[in-house]
Design a protein around this ligand. Structure first.
Ligand code: SF4
Length: 169
C-alpha cells in the first residue's frame, strides 16, 4: 500500500511478498480500518510478477517461509469477524447443512485451482477404483507447486480426465 502512495511505477519488483497472499480477503473484510483492499493490490502485483516470469529464490538452507513471530497474537476472533461482516443477527442460526450428514450421490472434483493458481494435480486413481473419504486421488507432479486432491465422498471412480475426477457413491 505504501508503494501505491509513493507512486512507484514498477512496484512488482519491490513487493514480491505479494506472492504470499492467499486471497482470503481478511484484510479488506476485517482488518483495514480505512476499508482499503490490499488483496486487490496483491492480486494485481501477482499478475505482474507472473507476466515477468518472476520466481521466488530458494533459501540456501532449503527452508520455506516461516510464520510471523507474532502470529498467535494476530489471530482473528470469529465472533468479531461475524460482527464486522454484519452477520451477528444470524450468528446463532444453525445451517441446515450442519444438521444432516449430507452426502451427494455423485461429485466431480476439479484438479486445479479455479483461478488457475499452481500446477494441476494428476489423477492417481483409475476408473472403477473404490475410494474412501479423504483418500488421495490426484497428486502434484514432483517439482511442481500445487495442491494434492482428496476424495470428498466414498464411492467408485466413474470418470477421470485432465480437469476432474468423478466419484459415484
Ligand atoms: S493480504 Fe489480505 S487477502 Fe492476502 S493473505 Fe493477507 S489478509 Fe488475506
Amino acid at each position: 500500500m505504501r508503494a501505491i502512495n509513493y507512486g512507484l511505477d514498477r512496484p512488482a519488483a519491490k513487493v514480491t511478498a505479494a506472492i504470499l497472499c492467499c486471497e482470503c480477503r481478511l484484510c479488506e473484510a476485517y482488518a483495514c480500518p480505512l476499508e482499503l483492499s490490499p488483496m486487490s493490490y496483491y492480486v494485481a502485483i501477482k499478475g505482474q510478477l507472473k507476466a515477468q516470469g518472476w520466481k521466488p529464490e530458494k533459501r540456501q538452507d532449503g527452508a520455506g517461509p516461516e510464520p510471523h513471530p507474532m502470529r498467535d497474537g494476530r489471530l482473528v476472533p470469529t465472533h468479531r469477524l461475524i460482527a464486522r461482516l454484519g452477520l451477528t443477527e444470524w450468528e446463532d442460526q444453525i445451517c441446515p447443512m450442519d444438521e444432516v450428514d449430507y452426502c451427494p450421490a455423485r461429485v466431480t472434483i476439479p484438479l486445479r485451482h479455479p483461478r488457475g493458481i499452481g500446477a494441476p494435480a494428476v489423477p492417481s486413481v483409475t476408473v472403477g477404483q473404490e475410494v474412501a473419504v479423504g483418500d488421495l486421488i490426484a497428486r502434484i507432479p514432483e517439482g511442481k507447486l500445487g495442491a494434492n486432491v482428496h476424495a470428498s465422498i466414498s464411492g467408485k471412480v466413474s470418470h477421470t480426465s485432465e480437469t476432474g475426477i468423478e466419484i459415484v457413491a
